[in-house]
Design a protein around this ligand. Structure first.
Ligand SMILES: Cc1ncc(C[n+]2csc(CCOP(=O)(O)OP(=O)(O)O)c2C)c(N)n1
Ligand SMILES: [Mg+2]
Length: 356
């Protein structure tokens, strides 16, 4: 079978613009905002790994390499849309307005980290793979039934497409024309499993054909392609035209989480090479240099501001009062089952030193 879904780019790897279609929109302010946001989230990601290594964060799932996919897509959302992230999508959540200290609190196992700022429709990260696709479809359908123009976006990886929930979410959304964008980040690995062993399909985008919905395979390291194709999918959703599947082809440079070592299952030289060629931030930088909107002093300020913002977020996270042990049990079900009650009693006895 041929590949029916060639990768769509708006800028090439050298940073040259391949189409004039978006000329009116790609202005200096737009480009600078995207660049600033990518620097902020990369600084966050690196700091989070460093905190984990120092024992100041529990564990962490890094996204370095996937900044364009997440920042570009979340930048296309409107204020009242819904965002359903996985454990790797904090760059999308941050871009959509989540609070930095709260995201850090999440990685310290704190329930406060699951709660977005008031008015922000951001779900807690889904750790079970693909369970949140039907949730996003449901939220989108509720918006449609209420007669609003709000849409939902749901993030998931290549591995998630092997789960039943992926197919149920897409089928239901297609049948009911739910205003939802299925945003896949194909980073080509599900922990240690490469995409070639995950599926026989040549692409993830082609899975849209089975559900009779539009599918696009875009270069996920090209922030313009990500932004404009997500924007278009969201517009279709708002206009009552139903869901879209977007496959953003990308790459994670580092480990699956801070708990694994990628050198055990792949040659990390590939990440070194990809950093030189397809890095999303360097690519936008090349575009900016070619189009005469690059200034070294501006870039230095952006980096300094990002570092200050992240340092403040870390201070805020670490100044939080210690956790309440009740939180471990009180949010599992709305009303605790007898098993949860028993576990809670037993744990509090243990904390009081009443049994080992
Ligand atoms: C239902 C379920 N099965 C297995 C796991 C264990 N698990 C955690 S992450 C992961 C790989 C997911 O890969 P992918 O969907 O490509 O996302 P990525 O981590 O690359 O962002 C697996 C199998 C899980 N969390 N949930
Ligand atoms: Mg993956």
């Amino acid at each position: 079978m041929n590949n029916h879904f060639p990768i769509i780019q708006v800028i090439d790897e050298e940073g040259s613009l391949l189409t004039q279609d978006y000329n009116d929109l790609i202005n200096k302010e737009f480009v600078r905002n995207l660049y600033e946001q990518m620097i902020l989230v990369r600084t966050f990601d690196r700091k989070a790994i460093s905190l984990q290594r120092q024992g100041r964060l529990g564990t962490y799932a890094p996204f370095e390499g996937q900044e364009a996919a997440q920042v570009g897509s979340a930048s296309a959302l409107a204020k009242n849309d819904w965002l359903f992230p996985t454990y790797r999508d904090h760059a999308a959540s941050i871009t959509f307005g989540h609070s930095l200290p709260h995201i850090l609190l999440y990685w310290n196992g704190r329930v406060e980290g699951c709660i977005p700022p008031a008015g922000k429709r951001i779900f807690p990260p889904a750790v079970p793979i693909a369970t949140h696709l039907p949730h996003a479809t449901g939220a989108a359908l509720a918006e449609k039934r209420r007669g609003t123009k709000n849409a939902a976006i749901v993030y998931f990886g290549d591995g998630a497409t092997s789960e039943g929930d992926f197919h149920e979410g897409l089928n239901f959304a297609s049948v009911f024309k739910a205003p939802v964008v299925f945003f896949n980040q194909n980073n080509q690995y599900a922990i240690s499993l490469p995409i070639q062993k995950q599926m026989n399909s040549k692409t993830i985008a082609q899975k849209s054909v089975a559900y009779e919905i539009p599918g696009f395979r875009i270069d996920g390291n090209d922030i313009f392609a990500v932004y404009f194709y997500t924007k278009q999918a969201l517009e279709r959703a708002r206009n009552g035209e139903g869901p879209t599947l977007i496959e953003a082809v990308t790459w994670r440079y580092g480990a699956h989480t801070t708990a694994d070592d990628p050198k055990k299952y792949r040659d990390q030289e590939e990440s070194v090479m990809k950093r030189k060629t397809i890095d999303p931030i360097s690519r936008l930088e090349r575009y900016m240099k070619k189009s005469g909107i690059w200034e070294e002093s501006w870039c230095e300020t952006v980096q300094k501001e990002a570092s200050d913002t992240i340092e403040n977020a870390v201070n805020e996270m670490e100044a939080f009062p210690p956790p309440d042990a009740n939180d471990l049990f009180d949010h599992v079900f709305e009303t605790a089952t007898w098993t949860i009650k028993e576990q809670k009693d037993s744990y509090f006895q243990y904390l009081r030193g009443e049994h080992s």
